[in-house]
Design a protein around this ligand. Structure first.
Ligand SMILES: [Zn+2]
Length: 99
């Protein structure tokens, strides 16, 4: 449909990994929890570096009560994110919809 990544979620039939993790857990387990994310290319099994949750997943992560996220960039490196930073630096307010 040639829709840019991160836009028109209502047309996408997939459930993102972040959403799947959250809906598979109880609410009480989400509060102040830590979410670990790893993304690899299907074809070559290589880590996707600089991966970030999409705008919709960020909203769901915030509202789930998750406190920290660790995102693996490669075999040895990962980023630690304080979810409150998604609120304080809300890039969707600047019109950034993709990821
Ligand atoms: Zn997402």
């Amino acid at each position: 449909m040639k829709i840019p990544r991160g836009e028109r979620y209502e047309l996408c039939s997939s459930v993102h990994a972040e959403q799947n993790a959250i809906i598979s857990s109880s609410r009480i387990d989400m509060i102040d929890s830590t979410l670990y994310l790893v993304s690899k290319n299907f074809e070559d099994d290589i880590y996707v570096s600089n991966y970030n949750p999409c705008a919709l997943c960020k909203r769901i992560i915030i509202n789930a009560g998750i406190k920290y996220i660790y995102i693996r960039d490669d075999k040895d490196n990962y980023r630690h994110i304080l979810v409150n930073d998604y609120i304080n630096d809300d890039d969707s307010l600047e019109g950034k919809l993709g990821y």
